[in-house]
Structure formats: C-alpha cells, structure tokens
Design a protein around this ligand. Structure first.
Ligand SMILES: [Zn+2]
Length: 254
C-alpha cells in the first residue's frame, strides 16, 4: 500500500504496551485516522513532542490491510497549541473540543471543512477569542457541518419566526419549537432565549476570528452549550467526559 501524506491535528494519544502509542488524528484529506506510532513511548527521537494533543503536523502513514489502525511513519510539527493548554481552564475547554472532534469526524473519509474549523477556532482562541464563544463556535459548527444542527430561526412545528421571542429545543420534536407550540419545558428540553439564538446566528455568519472582542448578551452562550450537549447526547447516546472534567474544574453543576 502506498504511503499517504496529509496535514493533520492530533486529537488524542494513548500508550500501547511498553513502547508505542495509539494516536488519533483529524486529517485534512482523509477525516479521522487512527494509527500506531512505533517507539513513540520509548524514544522521543522520532516523534518528539509532536504527538501532543492539538499539534498540527505533516503526517505520513501507511494503511494496513485488515486493520483499522494505520502505521504512522512520521509526524513533523507545523504548529503547536501546547502552550495554549498550559492554563488549566483553557486546557480543559480544548480537551472538550478534541473529544467532540473525535466523536464527530468522519472516519477515513474526506472531512476537510471540519479540519479547517478546528484549526480556525484554535487560532482564534490563541489570538484572543474568549473561551465561551470559541467553544460554542466549535460545537455549533460541528453540528452544522455534520448535518445535524436543527433550524434555529423558525419553529420546527409551525414554521413561525423564533428570532423575536426565542424557542425551546424539544427532544421529542427533534428540533427547536416556539412557545405557542410547546408552552412548557419537558425533560431533555433546552430553553433558548432570543439572545442565545442571536448569538448562534452570529456564530453561523462570521469566521471565528471575526468574533474576537465581540460581546454577547448575558446568558446568551450558556443555553447554546446546553443545546449542543443535548444534541450530542441525543446523537451519540453518551456524555463527553471532558465536559464533566471542565464542570468539576469550574465548580459548577452545569
Ligand atoms: Zn411553533
């Protein structure tokens, strides 16, 4: 099999035996790729610290017949986001993004817009985008790029406009409805005030770097996190551990 080369972001890396590592990448040309980096634990000569989470690397690998694990030949560092993760809260938020990307990236299929999304959000955070809008940007666009973000401007049931009065994400309806259609909150539903829908509209309209310095209405971003987590749970049927770690770090229950 020919050697493949592509740009890639490291999503996670864990030890395999005494001397190797299994590394998951979001690649520019082939979506999610998992592979074995031989000797990456024992010696740092070949891979150095290039396999740290969220490193952007020039990856070369061989696919292996009959195995879902590739053989990693090289990972030359192009850009490191290691320093960005040294601050604990920021590190925890970036870990959430890596876990979400691991769950949603298409395996071994082209998913270049998703690669570009992760890269653009990391760069914007490095350049001063606040963690709240940065994380919400990544969540909302993860859902949009994978075709699972419900419409946020009109009611799923009656088609009425939501921008003036807000709406409710309703699990049973599978979308966002107006308060006339569903007046109360039910388990698993998320209230989305109009400020939250306006913040989502800004996120869907602009590049992440364009949101640096932009202020959002108080209480606008929290419900968007609630929406993203509800959809993540409904789609994957699991809760992401890194969000629990972040909540524990912040000392909040939600
Ligand atoms: Zn309605």
């Amino acid at each position: 099999m020919p050697m493949r080369e592509t740009e890639a972001m490291v999503l996670r890396s864990h030890p395999l035996g005494e001397s190797d590592r299994i590394v998951t990448f979001l690649t520019r040309s082939s979506g999610k790729v998992r592979g074995v980096a031989k000797g990456a634990r024992r010696s740092r000569r070949r891979f150095g610290s290039n396999l740290e989470p969220l490193s952007r690397v020039r990856l070369s690998y061989f696919e292996r017949e009959g195995s879902e694990l590739a053989r990693i030949e090289g990972a030359d560092l192009l850009e490191s986001f290691y320093r960005l993760q040294e601050e604990p809260e920021r590190g925890a938020v970036l870990a959430c993004m890596a876990e979400v990307a691991d769950a949603f990236a298409r395996e071994q299929q082209e998913d270049e817009p998703y690669f570009r999304l992760l890269h653009a959000v990391l760069r914007a955070i490095r350049d001063g985008l606040d963690l709240g809008p940065g994380a919400r940007y990544f969540e909302i666009w993860t859902l949009r790029l994978h075709g699972v973000l419900p419409p946020l401007t009109v009611c799923e049931r009656c088609g009425g406009d939501l921008t003036a009065r807000g709406g409710i994400y309703h699990r049973r309806e599978g979308g966002v409805v107006c308060r006339r259609c569903v007046p109360g909150s039910t388990p698993g539903s998320v209230m989305l005030p109009k400020g939250a829908l306006a913040a989502a509209a800004a996120i869907l309209k602009d590049a992440p770097a364009a949101l640096i310095g932009r202020s959002f209405a108080p209480g606008a971003l929290g419900p968007l996190q609630g929406l993203a987590e509800a959809l993540f749970f409904d789609l994957t049927e699991r809760r992401f551990k890194s969000y629990e770690v972040l909540r524990a770090l912040r000392g909040t229950s939600r």
